[in-house]
Design a protein. Structure first.
Ligand SMILES: C[S@@+](CC[C@H](N)C(=O)[O-])C[C@H]1O[C@@H](n2cnc3c(N)ncnc32)[C@H](O)[C@@H]1O
Length: 273
């Protein structure tokens, strides 16, 4: 399915949400060079105007429809459907059926990736996010999408949460629009990778700058090292337009589909602690 076709389906699904947003204003004098974690806008909802920084997800998720209207309508983000479509297409080539996937959706937010996975036939999806507002928004806007939804910091996972997540016997991990920028750090990514079985599928996206040698987020080194030490086998690497910036410029990300091929060793963990 083309990205465009799947975008239309998205719009149909989003109409089901009880949208409370009347207006989104992106100030004209905003610094056009602002990095993604500095972007903000003014939102009019229920007769109140509020200034919200895009990366303050706790505030974004509390206003029904804001996340969808801001990122998917205004800034034309396509990543949940893009990454899940790519996962399906690569899995298909390797004669794997998404119906047999049990997915850990890392940085699940208000459930857009889980929703997409369900529409592709995935029967089990478990979400994890660091803020309670993400789970509350999911239950409010997309009830029933996740079989389980854990609120936890993956870099400090309790034994109880870890055991619970392992019991789901997950064989796939997705993480969309959540790596880097003060969101999910390399150690959390590794911890999530450790929670899924071996072998398992991986589908994630990341800003292309975070894969360059000069990257400061740690992801460039992590991904390279995971590949070099045979922890993951990359199957597909695709550059695409994730969304527009507030200035209307394209922001390019890379979507990667890979297989986890060996358990994460304790030596590997130690390097990222
Ligand atoms: C841009 S949202 C993406 C949500 C969803 N994956 C999507 O594509 O619509 C990023 C999410 O990552 C979550 N996040 C940030 N840091 C995290 C961490 N250390 N562990 C788990 N989730 C985290 C945020 O709370 C937020 O819900």
């Amino acid at each position: 399915m083309s990205t465009l076709a799947s975008h239309e389906i998205w719009h149909k699904r989003l109409r089901k949400i009880n949208n409370r947003v009347e207006e989104i204003n992106i100030p004209e004098d905003i610094e056009t060079e602002a990095d993604q974690d500095e972007e903000w806008c003014e939102v009019v909802a229920e007769n109140k105007t509020k200034r919200i920084r895009f990366h303050d997800y706790d505030q974004v998720f509390q206003i029904p429809g804001l996340y969808e209207k801001l990122f998917y309508d205004t800034l034309e983000c396509c990543s949940p459907s893009y990454v899940v479509n790519l996962l399906e297409s690569v899995a298909d080539e390797w004669e794997s059926d998404l119906k047999s996937f049990k997915v850990l959706d890392v940085g699940a937010g208000n459930g857009m990736v889980g929703d997409e996975l369900r529409h592709h036939g995935v029967r089990k999806v478990v979400g994890i996010d660091i803020i309670k507002e993400a789970k509350q928004a999911t239950l409010r806007d997309r009830p029933g999408v996740y079989n389980d939804y854990c609120i936890s910091d993956l870099t400090a996972l309790s034994k109880n949460d870890e055991n619970n997540l392992r019991e789901h016997k997950l064989n796939c991990m997705t993480t969309v629009a959540a790596l880097g920028y003060g969101d999910i750090p390399p150690l959390a990514f590794l911890q999530a990778l450790d929670l899924i079985s071996t072998p398992a599928w991986l589908a994630f996206n990341i800003k292309e700058d975070f894969l360059h040698g000069r990257d400061q987020s740690g992801f460039s080194r992590l991904i390279r090292q995971l590949i070099q030490e045979d922890h993951i086998l990359p199957l597909c690497y695709r550059r695409y337009r994730h969304r527009l910036s507030i200035a209307g410029d394209p922001l390019y990300y890379v979507a990667m589909i890979a297989k986890k091929t060996r358990p994460v060793t304790s030596e590997f963990f130690e390097e990222y602690r």
